[in-house]
Every structure is written in C-alpha cells, then in structure tokens.
Design a protein around this ligand. Structure first.
Ligand SMILES: *[C@@H]1O[C@H](CO)[C@@H](O)[C@H](O)[C@H]1NC(C)=O
Ligand SMILES: *[C@@H]1O[C@H](CO)[C@@H](O)[C@H](O)[C@H]1NC(C)=O
Ligand SMILES: *[C@@H]1O[C@H](CO)[C@@H](O)[C@H](O)[C@H]1NC(C)=O
Ligand SMILES: *[C@@H]1O[C@H](CO)[C@@H](O)[C@H](O)[C@H]1NC(C)=O
Ligand SMILES: *[C@@H]1O[C@H](CO)[C@@H](O)[C@H](O)[C@H]1NC(C)=O
Ligand SMILES: *[C@@H]1O[C@H](CO)[C@@H](O)[C@H](O)[C@H]1NC(C)=O
Ligand SMILES: *[C@@H]1O[C@H](CO)[C@@H](O)[C@H](O)[C@H]1NC(C)=O
Ligand SMILES: *[C@@H]1O[C@H](CO)[C@@H](O)[C@H](O)[C@H]1NC(C)=O
Ligand SMILES: *[C@@H]1O[C@H](CO)[C@@H](O)[C@H](O)[C@H]1NC(C)=O
Ligand SMILES: *[C@@H]1O[C@H](CO)[C@@H](O)[C@H](O)[C@H]1NC(C)=O
Length: 371
C-alpha cells in the first residue's frame, strides 16, 4: 500500500552495492597482461634540480681499483650529475638550459685521473621496494669511447637486471647493447656474466649515441623481457630475481679493456630524458594502501594500460611520451614526486557510506511515520 519505504531501501542497497571507482587507475597500471600497483615517473626534461626530487638519490662514493676490478677505481660524485632542463617548462623539444641535449646529464670526466679514481655519475631511486615491474628509460648514451652507460635494477650482485652500453664497442657496423641478469653463475665466474646463460649482446638497428631511445625491461616472476623503442630484443627465463630492489642509472669507467675500456679522453655525457617504472611493492603498508583504494578492480578505468612507446622519443615536440602523473586524476594515492595528485579517495568512500547511512535512517523514519 505504501511502496515508499521499500523503494527507498532498494535505492539505498543499490547505492551501496554500486561501488564505482573514485579515481582513474586506482587499481594500477597494466603492461601486456601484468598488473602493477605502483608507479614512479620522472620527467628529467623539466626537472631543474634533482636533489629536490625526493624520488632520486644522486650517489656520492668512491671505489678502489681493486674493488672496482679495473686498473682504475671510481669516484661517483653529486657534482657530476647535472640537470640540464629545457629552457621553457612548456616545451617538449629543444636544447637544454646549459646547451646541448636537454635532460639529466651523467658525466664521466675525461683524462687520466691523478688519484686513480675516474670521476663518474650515478643516481638511484629512493624506493627499494620494487618487486616485479616494467621499467623504461628514455636516454642517449655517449659516443665518446671508454665508458659504460648502465640502466639497471639491483638487489645484490647476484640479483640484478642490466642494460649496458659500452661506448668503445660502437662503430659503423656494430651498435650493441649488453643484456645481463647477474646470477650466482656470474659470481662464480668472478662477476663476469659473459659465459653464463643470461648474457646477450644484442645488435640494435640504430646508433644509441646518435639519438634518444626508450630502453625497457619487463620483469615478472617467470621472465625478464628486454625492449628498445617497444621492440622485443630478448627474453630470459632463468636467474630471475626474486627479491625487492631499486632502479639505478649509472655512467662509469674503470679502464677495464674487456668491458668499459677508457678512461675517456674527454668528458663523456649520458643524457636521460625520463625514467618510468610500473611495479609492485614489497612494502606491506603500500600493499594495504592498494587493497583500500582498489575497490572495483573490474570497473572501467580502475586499471589503466601503460601506453606503448613504438618510436624513438627523439626530442621533437611530437615524439614526447605519456606521463600518468601529469594527468589530473590518474595517480591518486601514489608517491610520485611532483605528481598532480598524491592522496585522496578514502574520504570519498567514507562520504559514500555516510550518504547510505543517512538514506537508511531516512527510510526508517518514513517507515515509522507511515505506521
Ligand atoms: C576522477 O575519476 C573518477 C573515476 O573515473 C571520476 O568519477 C571523477 O569524476 C574524476 N575526478 C576528476 C576531478 O576528474
Ligand atoms: C601485482 O600485485 C597485484 C596486487 O597484489 C597482483 O594482482 C598482480 O598480479 C601483481 N603483479 C605481478 C606481475 O605479480
Ligand atoms: C638544488 O637544491 C638543493 C637543495 O635545495 C640546493 O642545496 C642546491 O644548491 C640546488 N642546486 C642547484 C644547482 O640549484
Ligand atoms: C661525499 O662524500 C665525501 C666523503 O665521504 C664527503 O666529504 C662529501 O661531503 C660528500 N659530498 C656530498 C655532496 O654529499
Ligand atoms: C671525487 O670527485 C669530486 C668532483 O670532481 C672531487 O671534488 C673529489 O675530490 C673527488 N674525490 C676523490 C677521492 O677523488
Ligand atoms: C643475494 O641475495 C640472495 C638472496 O638473499 C642470496 O642468496 C645471495 O647469496 C646474495 N648474493 C650476494 C652476492 O650477496
Ligand atoms: C666493429 O666492432 C665489431 C665488434 O667489436 C668488430 O668485429 C668489427 O671489426 C668492427 N668494425 C669496424 C669497421 O671497426
Ligand atoms: C578510460 O576508459 C576509456 C574507455 O575505455 C578510455 O578511452 C580511456 O583512455 C581510459 N582512461 C585511462 C586513463 O586509461
Ligand atoms: C618526430 O619524431 C617522430 C619519431 O621519430 C617522427 O615520426 C616525426 O616525423 C618527427 N616530427 C618532426 C616534426 O620532426
Ligand atoms: C594512501 O591512502 C592511505 C589510506 O588508505 C593513506 O594512509 C596513505 O598515506 C596514502 N598514501 C599516499 C602516498 O598518498
């Protein structure tokens, strides 16, 4: 006779069970069929000072020749990590503020060092909880012979994923990238992965020192896949790391004639446009954050596919790549430095529950009044 209370109740239940998403990508980012809950994205084209970016730690250390396993040791110093952003924050192409290629410059200083330590540059992520993920670096390596440019993930010397460029190896007919999974086998061989099953010298069909390219590795529990500009180079299925670690970008030389060679005769620069990582976290607090914010995993836009880069991000305005952290609503509850939005979401879920409780109270009152 009085359908009002029951229809209010129905509405109320419908409202509670309709749990739409609060923000795009709140359940994570997908690469092929893998889901990753976390992201790190750094746009070095527009970053004026890396020491202000809490995602990164420029390294400051020295290594003796003996420990560096070369005729020379290494001296990583913060002053050899140089920000060279584009002149305008609205541009995506052009020279850097200091001239030359824009981006983060990692220097290996030229000449024979007086104290036997070759000045070099290295930056590492502050986060060390990266356990599986897809990692991409847009970079241009040096053409000056005698350095090793390395983009790698690291846990320890036997759990490590490397893409390494040896500038002394480049010539008109050979432009290799060295793909390496360090393993207990390489440790047994004196940290020489060359004769292990997880070392590949892959010839690229471009010269890495002549332009920017995207280098990428996708690390899942079963395989590590290596890519350049979106083209699969190699898949490795043994010695897959199982521990959480961090990402490092490094440019160094120890004079070892069988690897980095050098020291370079003049300053050598590796320039990084961006680093992006979509990964899972080993940190229980971050895992819990994810289960709280990921309410409807199958809803539209709850997960977002990571756009594939299929052409070289070569520094022209139309070839620049996509950043979730530059969109308004796609990195909620992530920890990315400088992202548009960092935390939000739980408040919305609470207000949703609040409205439902209010509706329930209202329907009870109406029902009582109607009796
Ligand atoms: C954020 O994303 C959610 C889910 O797609 C949407 O409902 C909401 O309107 C978006 N908010 C803003 C400010 O764009
Ligand atoms: C990452 O973590 C999420 C949430 O636990 C899980 O669903 C997903 O399968 C994980 N991805 C990989 C590649 O292990
Ligand atoms: C970068 O920022 C740090 C910390 O604010 C400051 O000490 C340093 O002088 C800055 N470096 C440059 C090159 O501006
Ligand atoms: C680098 O390390 C040296 C030696 O430990 C120290 O004297 C110097 O202050 C450090 N520099 C920076 C920028 O942290
Ligand atoms: C390391 O390099 C920095 C910067 O060039 C320099 O100031 C420092 O003296 C060097 N340290 C050593 C031990 O060579
Ligand atoms: C790296 O870590 C693994 C797992 O904890 C361990 O078994 C291995 O011995 C470590 N390797 C080195 C070189 O410390
Ligand atoms: C280029 O390098 C490859 C590999 O090191 C070598 O076999 C080849 O002879 C070199 N070619 C020239 C033209 O120097
Ligand atoms: C959200 O979903 C729509 C429809 O599938 C898609 O066009 C859009 O790109 C998605 N947004 C994100 C951030 O993935
Ligand atoms: C920008 O680079 C892309 C990829 O290399 C190329 O397809 C495009 O023609 C370039 N555009 C301009 C304006 O140079
Ligand atoms: C993510 O959300 C949780 C609440 O569920 C909050 O405790 C945490 O601080 C947030 N993390 C970030 C990085 O915003």
């Amino acid at each position: 006779m009085f359908p009002v209370p029951s229809s209010l109740l129905t509405l109320c239940i419908t409202f509670l069970s309709f749990r739409s998403i609060q923000a795009d990508c709140e359940c994570g980012y997908t690469v092929n069929s893998a889901l990753y809950t976390e992201l790190i994205e750094t746009d070095f084209l527009h970053l004026a000072n890396i020491t202000t970016d809490t995602d990164w730690q420029p390294q400051n250390y020295t290594v003796t020749p003996a420990l560096a396993r070369g005729p020379y040791g290494k001296n990583a110093s913060v002053s050899d990590v140089v920000a060279n952003p584009l002149k305008s924050q609205y541009d995506w192409a052009g020279d850097g503020a200091n001239g030359g290629d824009a981006g983060l410059q990692l220097f290996v200083r030229g000449g024979v060092p007086q104290d036997g330590l070759i000045p070099m540059a290295e930056v590492a992520t502050a986060r060390v909880d990266m356990l599986y993920g897809s990692f991409r670096a847009g970079m241009k390596v040096t053409g000056t012979p005698g350095t090793c440019g390395a983009f790698f993930w690291y846990f320890n010397d036997t759990q490590e994923i490397d893409m390494e460029f040896l500038s002394a190896e480049f010539n008109a007919t050979s432009q290799p990238v060295n793909l390496v999974l360090q393993s207990p086998d390489s440790e047994e061989a004196g940290f020489n992965a060359a004769n292990t099953g997880t070392f590949q010298v892959h010839q690229l069909n471009f010269t890495p020192s002549e332009g920017f390219h995207e280098y990428r590795f996708d690390w899942s529990p079963n395989a590590v896949e290596f890519y350049a500009d979106g083209v699969l180079l190699d898949t490795m299925t043994s010695a897959i790391p199982t521990a959480p670690g961090h990402i490092t970008l490094s440019h160094w030389s120890n004079g070892d004639p069988t690897w980095s060679a050098g020291p370079p005769t003049e300053d050598a620069i590796l320039t990084v446009q961006y680093l992006k990582g979509y990964f899972n976290s080993s940190d229980p607090a971050r895992q819990q954050d994810w289960s709280k914010r990921c309410i409807s995993p199958s809803a539209v836009n709850a997960t977002c596919p990571v756009p594939e880069v299929t052409q070289a991000p070569n520094g022209n305005a139309s070839a620049h790549t996509f950043f979730f952290s530059m969109q308004a609503n796609e990195t909620v509850n992530q920890t990315v430095f400088g992202s548009k939005q960092k935390s939000q979401g739980i408040a919305l879920e609470l207000s949703r529950t609040g409205i439902a409780v209010l509706m329930l109270t209202l329907s009870s009152v109406v029902w009582i009044l109607l009796q």
